[in-house]
Design a protein around this ligand. Structure first.
Ligand code: BTN
Length: 328
C-alpha cells in the first residue's frame, strides 16, 4: 500500500470512528504528520469516491454518509489483516471475479482480493451459472499455500468455515452443507468455487471465489431457486453493512489460514464438523461418473464425505454435488 493511500484510509478511519461529529483539520494533520493542505486533498479524494464529508471553517470535517460500495478504500479502512486484502482489485461490474483472479494470480502478491459489485458471467460449481446482481458480495481471494494439489479441498472447507463463522456473528444459525455451501435455516446463502493452478506436486496458486447473497431481494431469484436459496437481508429482516461483513470475512479467513499453516488441518476440520448440516443426513451424491445414495456419517481428514450406503458399505466421496434428502 502506498503512503498516500495509507493516509487517506487513516483519515477515513478517524472520521468513521467519530461519525457525525466534527474532527478538526489541525487534529488530523497533527496525528498523521501531514500538512492541513494535504488533509484537504485527501478529503477531496474521499468525496470523489462518494463519501459525504461536511466541512466547517471552525469545527473541521464531519462524515455524513458513506457510499454503499465495496471499494478498496471502504474495505481497507479499519481492516485488521496482514495479508488478505492488502491489495484489492475492484470492479463495478465484471464477468467473473474468479476469472480476473486467475488472470492476475501469477503476478500479484498472496492475499490479493478481487471484488465486484455485480458479475455478468458469475461461475458456480459443476459448470453452473452463478447469478450475481448488485447488493450481493462477489469476491475472490488469491492464496499461494505450499501444499500439494491433492490437499486443495482443505482450502475449500476452510473458506466455508470462515463464511459460516462470519454469518453466525450476525446471530444467524449458519451451517455448512458438504462440501461448502453455507445454509441458513436450510437454505443456501453462499456458494464457494475454489480453482487451482498447480504442478504435479505443488500448488502455484489457489483462487477462492465466494458468493454471498447479502442484500439481494429473494424475489429477484429465479423461480427454481426461491425454494432452496435465501439472502442475509431476508433472514435478518433488513440489509447488512456489506463493508463490515467483508472486513469480518477477510479477517476470519486470514485467521483460519494462518492457523492452518501453523497447526495443520485438524483444528479447521473440527470447526467444519461442528457446523456441518450434512453429517447425519440422508444424501444423494452426484459425481461425474455416478449417483450414490446413503447416510452421511462423517468427513475424513482430507475433507472427503464418508457415506454408509443402503448395503451397509462405506464410500468416500472426494468431489461431487450433494443433495440432502427429505425423510418420509
Ligand atoms: C457454487 O456453485 O455454489 C459456487 C458459487 C461461487 C460464486 C462465486 S461469486 C465470486 C466468484 N466469482 C465467480 O464467478 N464465482 C465465484
Amino acid at each position: 500500500m502506498n503512503i498516500r493511500d495509507k493516509i487517506k484510509y487513516n483519515i477515513l478511519e478517524k472520521l468513521l470512528a467519530r461519525k457525525g461529529e466534527h474532527v478538526s483539520g489541525e487534529e488530523l494533520a497533527h496525528e498523521l504528520a501531514v500538512s492541513r493542505a494535504a488533509v484537504w486533498k485527501h478529503i477531496q479524494a474521499l468525496r470523489a469516491e462518494g463519501y459525504m464529508i461536511k466541512s466547517s471553517t471552525n469545527l473541521g470535517y464531519s462524515l455524513a454518509s458513506t457510499p454503499d460500495l465495496l471499494t478498496p478504500t471502504a474495505v481497507k479502512a479499519g481492516l485488521k489483516t496482514q495479508i488478505i486484502g492488502r491489495d484489492i482489485q475492484y470492479f463495478k461490474e465484471t464477468e467473473s471475479t474468479n476469472t480476473i483472479a486467475r488472470e492476475i494470480a501469477g503476478s500479484v502478491e498472496e492475499g490479493t482480493v478481487v471484488i465486484a459489485e455485480s458479475q455478468t458471467g458469475g461461475r458456480g460449481r459443476m459448470g453452473r451459472k452463478w447469478i450475481s446482481p448488485e447488493g450481493g458480495i462477489w469476491l475472490s481471494i488469491i492464496i499461494k499455500p505450499k501444499i500439494q494439489p491433492l490437499y486443495a479441498s482443505r482450502i475449500t472447507l476452510l473458506a466455508g468455515v470462515s463464511v459460516a463463522k462470519t454469518i453466525r456473528s450476525y446471530g444467524l444459525p449458519a451451517k455448512i452443507k458438504w462440501p461448502n455451501d453455507v445454509l441458513i435455516n436450510g437454505k443456501k446463502a453462499c456458494g464457494i468455487l475454489t480453482e487451482i493452478e498447480a504442478e504435479i506436486d505443488l500448488i502455484d496458486y489457489c483462487v477462492v471465489g465466494i458468493g454471498i447473497d447479502a442484500n439481494v431481494d429473494t424475489e429477484s431469484f429465479p423461480e427454481e431457486a426461491r425454494e432452496t436459496s435465501t439472502s442475509l437481508k431476508k433472514e435478518l429482516g433488513s440489509g447488512i453493512n456489506r463493508v463490515e461483513f467483508v472486513q469480518k470475512l477477510l479477517e476470519e479467513f486470514e485467521s483460519l489460514y494462518l492457523k492452518f499453516q501453523k497447526d495443520g488441518f485438524s483444528p479447521i476440520l473440527e470447526e467444519w464438523r461442528n457446523m456441518s448440516a450434512t453429517i447425519g443426513e440422508w444424501v444423494k451424491i452426484t459425481t461425474q461418473a455416478r449417483t450414490i445414495y446413503g447416510e452421511a456419517i462423517g468427513v475424513d481428514s482430507e475433507g472427503a464425505l464418508v457415506l454408509e450406503t443402503g448395503e451397509g458399505k462405506l464410500e468416500k466421496i472426494v468431489a461431487g454435488n450433494c443433495e440432502h434428502l427429505r425423510r418420509i
